[in-house]
Design a protein around this ligand. Structure first.
Ligand code: NAP
Length: 361
């Protein structure tokens, strides 16, 4: 097993259960593990508790930990779905939200579950007097759409004061869904004063999966690095990344540190797609067709439609550096980010072990 979330400096309250929505997910898996290892009783809200393939890793974590896990069936699109699971909880971690870029109907597949689900969870918090804090997994996508947005931010870096103004149903609808969901969350939270909303805004999440069949979009780029798609080169599309285990720590710190408040950019490194491949070269370069050089922007622009990218995306991201200020996460949540190479190696190694790529003979 890979290095765990490091909870140094966080005193976890084990006297009340906590709710984790979307517990089957990539991000949630390590949050649940961190909580169980700290001795917490976790109410895991999942779409189908009978789907053992999706929950077995959580059962296994619980068996090896001082904590306990209870499963509840819940769906973002079913009103009141989370109320029963939330009864008696002081903390709610709301991570559930669809994260995919391959959709036919972005309103129905992304925006509706993200926004209606967030409303449903927070309205249940309003109805449950035990709830004191809700930690929402938002995204840097609620802050920006394209790397070019960084230049327009104060001092050229994204901060917690910046909101996404460029995503829409037609352009980067996942980002739009995260923007609308976070806005809805603040609207509900600001209309009351009993519980506090603390928001985590991660950049692209990398690192090994706790779940056995991850479907998170995080895996798309890394699969392409190893399967030969990018063997002739990779675009220098600027982005931020954070390790999934560091992100779990950020959520748990946001839940239990008394002073935690507001939004938090949780991002360990400013990088680009080519660099994500290059850090893997020393360990995996002799066996896998990893990218070694940058694809020229005009070439990426020409080939964009066949690679499932829009030319607007290429114009606004390839060759554009990504910058965000993670000071608040370091100072207020005590984040210490692990090296990029460690996250990428652990993630790639897991994909190799799971037979995702064929190594060169
Ligand atoms: P993931 O593995 O696909 O997890 C998404 C979770 O949401 C799954 O548990 C999924 O349940 C659940 N979900 C989706 N639609 C649902 C519905 N209608 N009702 C109930 N549950 C539903 O993706 P992830 O990367 O862990 O994402 C988790 C959170 O992190 C999301 O809020 C995402 O926006 C945020 N985030 C992710 C990244 C990243 O790079 N991965 C970056 C920033 C923010 P099933 O297992 O049943 O499908």
């Amino acid at each position: 097993m890979y290095a765990e979330p490091d909870l140094t400096g966080v005193t976890v309250d084990t006297t009340a259960p906590v709710l984790v929505t979307g517990a089957t997910g990539y991000v949630a898996g390590w949050i649940v593990k961190g909580l169980l290892d700290a001795g917490v009783t976790v109410r895991a809200a999942v779409r189908d508790p009978r789907n053992t393939a999706k929950i077995q890793h959580l059962v296994d974590f619980a068996e090896k930990s001082p904590g306990a896990i209870e499963f509840f069936a819940a769906d973002l699109l079913t009103e009141g779905s989370y109320t029963e699971a939330m009864a008696g909880c002081r903390i709610v971690f709301h991570t559930a939200s669809p994260f995919t870029t391959r959709v036919d109907d972005p309103q129905r597949e992304l925006v509706d579950p993200a926004v209606q689900g967030t409303r449903s969870v927070l309205e249940s918090a309003n109805a449950n007097p035990s709830v004191q804090r809700v930690v929402l997994t938002s995204s840097c996508a609620a802050i920006y759409t394209d790397a070019t947005d960084c230049a327009a931010a104060p001092h050229g870096r994204l901060t917690e004061d910046v909101w996404n103004t460029t995503a829409s149903l037609d352009y980067q609808p996942y980002s739009y869904s995260k923007l609308l969901a976070e806005k809805a969350a603040w609207e509900i939270a600001d209309a009351q004063s009993r519980w506090r909303l603390v928001v985590i805004n991660p950049s692209l999440v990398i690192g090994p999966a706790a779940n056995t069949q991850p479907t998170s979009e995080s895996f798309s780029i890394v699969r392409q690095l190893g399967d030969g798609t990018l063997r002739w080169g990779a675009p220098r599309a600027g982005l931020g990344v954070v390790d999934v285990r560091d992100l779990a720590r950020a959520h748990i710190a946001a839940a239990y540190l008394p002073h935690a408040h507001g939004r938090h950019i949780v991002s360990g490194h400013e990088t680009d797609v080519l660099e994500l491949g290059r850090v893997l070269l020393p360990r995996f370069g002799d066996r896998f067709p990893l990218p070694r050089r940058a694809l020229p922007k005009p070439l990426v622009w020409l080939a964009a439609p066949s690679a499932g990218l829009t030319r607007t995306f290429v114009s606004r991201n390839v060759g554009v550096a990504w910058h965000a200020d993670n000071t608040k996460s370091r100072h207020e949540l005590g984040m210490v980010y692990r090296p990029l190479r460690q996250s990428m190696e652990d993630m790639f190694e897991q994909l190799v072990e799971r037979g995702t790529f064929t190594a060169r003979a």
